[in-house]
Design a binder for this molecule. Sequence first.
Ligand SMILES: Cc1cc2nc3c(=O)[nH]c(=O)nc-3n(C[C@H](O)[C@H](O)[C@H](O)COP(=O)(O)OP(=O)(O)OC[C@H]3O[C@@H](n4cnc5c(N)ncnc54)[C@H](O)[C@@H]3O)c2cc1C
Length: 404
Amino acid sequence: MSDHAQDEDYRLEVRAWLAENAAEYAEPREFPEAELVARSKAWIRRKHEAGYSAIAEPVAAGGAGGTSRQAAIFEREEARYHTPTFTGVGIGFAMTMAAIKGHGTAQQYEHFGTLTHRGDITWCQLFSEPAAGSDLAGLRTRAVKDGDNWVVNGQKVWSSWAHHADWGILIARTDPTVAKHKGLTFFLVDMKSPGVEVRPIRQITGKSDFNETFLTDVVIPDANRIGAEGEGWACCMTVLATERGRTRSARAGGDRSGSVRSLVRQAAATPRQGGSALDSRAVRAKLARWYVREQGLKNFGKRLDEQARSGGGFPATVALVKLVSATLLQETHAFLMDLDEYAGAFSSDAADREEVFYQYLWSSAMRIAGGADEVLRNQLAERVLGMPGEMRADKGVPFNELPY
Ligand SMILES: Cc1cc2nc3c(=O)[nH]c(=O)nc-3n(C[C@H](O)[C@H](O)[C@H](O)COP(=O)(O)OP(=O)(O)OC[C@H]3O[C@@H](n4cnc5c(N)ncnc54)[C@H](O)[C@@H]3O)c2cc1C
C-alpha cells in the first residue's frame, strides 16, 4: 500500500474514533479551572488507552510507537474539536519532554514520559525570577548538593498554572563562582515537596493563571537532575525554542474562532452605513494582510515541525513564529474591539463581548511570555542575520563577582 493510501486509512480510523470519543467537545465549552484540569487529564488518558497519545513517541516512554506523519494527521483531525487543553499538559508533552529527551537519560525519559503521556501528571515551568526574565541567566535561586540530594532555596515568578501542576521544570544556580550561564543546573521538582509554596498573581484580565513560587529548603533527589551539573542553560534553550515553536498550534488558522476567516464573517455581519464593515477597503486590506501572515505562519510552522520531528530540533528562526503570531493575535483582537464600535455592538450577547475584551487583554501578555518581542528581535539579528551582538559587560565574569 502506498504511503498516501496508508495515511488516508489512518485518517479515517482517527476520524471515526474522534467522532465517537470527542463528540462532547464538538462545540467550544468553558469549564471552571479544576474541571478543565481534570478533563484534560481524562482526555489524555482516553487517547493513551486508544494509542493516540504521544503517537510518535516510543511505547517505553508512554507513547504509541507510531510515526510523525500519523501524529500530524491526528493533530489536524483533533483540531476540528474543542478538546480540553490545560496549559500544564502542553508544558509536559512539549517542553518538559524536549528537555528530558535532549539532555536526560533514557530511564528518565521512560519514567517521566510514561507518567506524562498517560495523563497522570502535568507540569509547570519554574524559570523566571523577580530579577531574571529576559536576562534569565541572571537567576539567583540556589541549589546546593547534599549527598544524593540537592537543597533548593529561592523565588520564581510568573509560573503559569503552577497551582494545578504536579511537577515543575526548574533551573537553579549550582555554582556562583563561574560565569552566569555556566553555573546553572536543570531539575525536575515534585510540586508537592515540602517547602514549595505557590501564591497566585492577579492579572489585568482579573484571572490568576500564574503565580509566584517560593522554594524553601526543597529537597530534590540527584536522580531528578536533567543533564550534567552546570549544563542547565542548554536545557533551558531547548525548552524555550520548543515553547516558541508551539505558539502557533495546529488550531491556528482554518475557520476557528480568532482565525482570519472568522474575522471576515464577523466583519460581514457588522452593520455599517447601510452595508457591512466588510465594504470598507481599509478593513478588507487589513484582513488580506492578516490572512497572508496566517498562511505564512502555518506553512513556516509546518516546515519547523518537520525539522523538529526529524530530530534536528528547532532552529533559531523559530523566534519568528512567536514574534509574528503574538503580534497577529493582538492586532486581530484590537480589530474585533474596533468592529464593536462600528456597530455600536457587534453582538448583543454580553458574554461574547466580554470574551473579546478578555482575549484582547490577554493578547498583550503573549508579546512577553516565552521571550519579549525585543529579545526575540535581538536573537534573530544576532543568530540568524549574523549582526553584531549586544554589549555584554558581564560576559565571562563569575556570577559572584558581578556588581548587582
Ligand atoms: C502570560 C505569561 C506567562 C508566563 N509564564 C511563565 C512560566 O510559566 N514560567 C516562567 O518561568 N516564566 C513565565 N513568564 C515570564 C516570561 O518568560 C517573562 O515575563 C519574560 O521572559 C520577560 O521577562 P520580564 O517579565 O522579567 O521582563 P524584563 O526582562 O524585565 O523586560 C522588560 C522589558 O525590557 C525589554 N528588554 C529586556 N532586555 C532587553 C534587551 N537586552 N534588549 C532590548 N530590550 C530588552 C523587554 O523586551 C521588555 O519589553 C510568563 C510571562 C507571561 C506574560
